[in-house]
Design a protein around this ligand. Structure first.
Ligand code: FAD
Length: 459
């Protein structure tokens, strides 16, 4: 098919996940003509296999814990069991409603939604089932998928998050391979659902990308919750016999489980899509892009998980919006990757932004760090949670890192990101009033203390 007017667009986007659809929506708002190509379901990993379904599981897990722990608050509750069919119906209902809403949103804009597997066949052409879509600009947004380790096949009771999201039973014993974000979130869910959980992590600590103090507190909390973990331990192999998986580690120890969850990271989906043939530079499968999301080939952009960096839905949204605005000539400000908020939704929750203490020392030299314990926070006592807010500031300068752990601390990241992104001084935040009693107040108290006027804290 030749390049007819109905097949020519300002932007052709390959992949309808967080990065791709955000770009399409913003571009359409700006009056650009857009084709959005998706081979699976609009919404991609985040909506169907990632953020949303996992957070629904985590909420069901919280409900199970609340039922178990009622007595602690003087409420007589008993925990009976987890009905996975019921949990899945609830989770799938949440996803279905959001999916319907998103489909309606895309339909309501003048976006050409093209179903099918696309491939870049020329510098400005994506082919889908014989149809050639010509774009003045191409946006690559094909996302990521779960990785495994050499020799470890994903089959039967050895699974990744893709399969673990649809379990129809609660496994008695689970081994989680990988103590990163996805690993600790699933470990938290399984424990709350009643499984015996062991995490195996090759690095020296859980959630190793976080500030070291956060890892220590999470490990303390997981010990208290009786979630076992082995750090600095390398996996050496797994065998399956019937419904039992034997997981071996390099020390020679073997752990038996009813399920092995492989959570060793996600890799870019870029192979065989014509990227290299179009002259686009890849590095270990990732598409290299500059701060304006431009690849080395003119008018080809890349957004989301295929670009090295944090694999987060809101980074994809932000990059997608950025590219649409850039193409429309709005000259948007570039995205500061350190200014992207990060939340790990296990129990207790972790939220952070900016530099860890170690990174800040390296980057800025002289820094100050302050830890505000949730022990002094009224709401934390009410919720019976433990944790802290850690602030990192440049000596006599702005706050360059906020690190929080404890119940509901994920919700506090909104203010933390304003503090970091607006380069606030502790004294700027200290003069703002934080409602009492809230978990948010801990953030205010930490700034009061760092500004030299602690309230419910020792200096
Ligand atoms: C278990 C799990 C939990 C997560 N939790 C969170 C969370 O709580 N918060 C958070 O911010 N992030 C979370 N993430 C990460 C988040 O899902 C991703 O960062 C985000 O989805 C990346 O968006 P993307 O657009 O780059 O890719 P994707 O969402 O992967 O979308 C890419 C799309 O491209 C399509 N595609 C691929 N190849 C082609 C082709 N050739 N033709 C047509 N279409 C194609 C795919 O079908 C897919 O729909 C989680 C991920 C997982 C796996």
């Amino acid at each position: 098919m030749s390049a007819t007017a109905e097949n020519t667009f300002d932007i052709v986007i390959l992949g309808g996940g967080s990065g791709g659809y955000a770009c399409a929506l913003r571009a359409a708002e700006l009056g650009l003509s857009v084709a959005l190509v998706e081979k699976g379901k609009l919404g991609g990993t985040c909506l169907h296999m990632g953020c949303i379904p996992t957070k629904a599981l985590l909420h069901a897990a919280e409900v199970a814990d609340t039922a178990r722990e009622g007595q602690q608050f003087g409420v007589k509750t008993t925990f009976e069991s987890v009905d996975m069919n019921g949990v899945n119906a609830y989770k799938d209902g949440v996803v279905a409603r959001l999916y319907k809403g998103l489909q309606g949103l895309v339909k309501s804009k003048s976006i050409e939604y093209v179903e099918g597997e696309g491939r870049v066949v020329a510098k400005n052409v994506v082919e889908v089932a014989g149809r050639q879509l010509v774009g003045k600009n191409l946006v690559l947004a094909t996302g990521s998928d779960a990785k495994s380790l050499p020799g470890l096949d994903i089959t039967g009771r050895v699974m990744t998050s893709d399969q673990a999201l649809f379990l129809d039973f609660v496994p008695s014993r689970v081994v989680v391979l990988g103590g990163g974000v996805i690993g600790v979130e699933f470990a938290s869910v399984f424990k709350s659902f009643g499984s015996e959980v062991t995490i195996i992590e090759a690095l020296p600590r859980l959630v190793a990308a976080e500030d070291e103090a956060i890892s220590k507190q999470l490990e303390r909390s997981f010990r208290k919750r009786k979630i076992s973990f082995k750090t600095n331990v390398k996996f050496s192999g797994a065998t399956q016999s019937g419904d039992v998986v034997s997981v071996a580690v390099e020390s020679g120890e073997t752990i038996e489980a009813d399920l092995l969850l492989v959570a060793v990271g996600r890799g870019p989906v870029t192979a065989g899509l014509g990227y290299e043939e179009a002259g686009i530079t890849l590095d270990r499968g990732y598409v290299l892009a500059n701060e304006r999301c431009q690849t080395n080939v003119e008018d080809i952009y890349a957004v989301g998980d295929i670009v090295p960096g944090l694999q987060l839905a809101h980074r994809g949204f932000a990059q997608g919006i950025f590219v649409a605005e850039h193409i429309a000539g709005l000259n948007p400000p570039v995205i500061d990757e350190m200014g992207i908020p990060r939340v790990t939704y296990c129990d207790p929750e972790i939220a952070s932004i900016g530099y860890t203490e170690a990174q800040a020392k390296e980057k800025f030299g002289e820094i100050e760090t302050y830890d505000y314990s949730l022990g002094g926070n009224g709401k934390s006592q009410i919720l019976a949670t433990q944790g802290f807010v850690r602030l990192v500031r440049q000596k006599d300068g702005p706050v360059v890192g906020v690190h929080m752990i404890g119940a509901r601390m994920g919700e506090q990241v909104g203010e933390a990101q304003l503090i970091y992104n607006w380069e606030a001084l502790p004294s700027d935040v200290a003069q703002l009033i934080h409602a009492h009693p809230t978990q948010n107040e801990a953030l205010g108290e930490a700034h009061l203390a760092l500004a030299g006027k602690p309230l419910h804290a020792h200096a």
